[in-house]
Design a binder for this molecule. Structure first.
Ligand SMILES: [Zn+2]
Length: 244
């Protein structure tokens, strides 16, 4: 059992007094258009997929007991405004939820928490960095250079929204949610997201992403998704070891 919310209160008490250090993972995503081919919940699927894999890999670990918290799947998603299905919350709302949930757990004795996010809009990432620092919990920051350089070429190129990288990850866990026939028809849209955002472009349309994706969705594969999940799980397990 790896879902925190599946435990009884009695089991939570045993967790705190047991020999293994409890480490809680908080998956974070967003509800945001991911091209005409991938689901709105793509980022949540990736965060949950890596948390479940890390918990499974450490299931019999002698030192830590890893549990996955209910996901927080609303984020700051203003770049996608204008496309059907985008649901954005404010920075203040995201900050309050993350700090209050973490503070409540820390007060109960769960000091080891890792926030795991796969929605990389700068305002969203900045809010998570601030909230986790204030709450005194860990944040696995995948866009930091030392992490990003272990991920795929497309991810590092900045064309990392609903392209080959993300579509492959969804294919690995939820192939039924990808419209692969449509994905096969989509031309590559190379956009260096950090660069165009630095130029002040405020939404996907202004960035030349008129179908709410960049990168190369047609190049996505289950094999790449599984390989990337392996790397993401490595990164998360390393972070779990650091906080333990
Ligand atoms: Zn995404």
């Amino acid at each position: 059992m790896t879902a925190f919310a599946d435990l009884t209160s009695t089991q939570v008490a045993e967790l705190l007094s047991g020999p293994r250090k409890p480490v809680l993972l908080l998956p974070v995503g967003a509800v945001e258009p991911h091209g005409p081919h991938a689901p709105l919940g793509t980022d949540e699927i990736i965060s949950a997929g890596m948390c479940e894999r890390a918990a499974a890999r450490l299931a019999d670990d002698a030192d830590v007991r890893v549990l996955v918290l209910p996901a927080f799947n609303y984020g700051v998603t203003r770049l996608a405004a204008g496309f059907p299905g985008a649901i954005s919350v404010s920075e203040a709302t995201l900050h309050a939820l993350v700090t209050e949930v973490c503070a409540g757990l820390v007060a109960q004795g769960f000091a080891r928490i890792v926030v795991v996010n796969n929605h990389f809009e700068p305002a969203h990432v900045a809010t998570l960095r601030k909230a986790t620092a204030e709450a005194g919990v860990a944040y696995l920051d995948l866009v930091r250079r030392h992490n990003a350089e272990r991920l795929t070429d497309e991810f590092r190129s900045g064309s990392c929204h609903a392209g080959q990288y993300e579509t492959s990850l969804v294919l690995a866990d939820h192939p039924e949610l990808v419209d692969t026939a449509t994905a096969a028809t989509l031309p590559p849209v190379p956009v260096d997201l950090p660069a165009v955002m630095a130029e002040g472009k405020a939404d996907f349309l202004a960035m030349g992403m008129d179908r709410a994706y960049c990168g190369d969705p047609a190049g996505a594969s289950v094999a790449e998704g599984q390989s990337t999940f392996d790397t993401l799980t490595d990164l998360l397990v390393e972070t779990i070891r650091e906080v333990a």
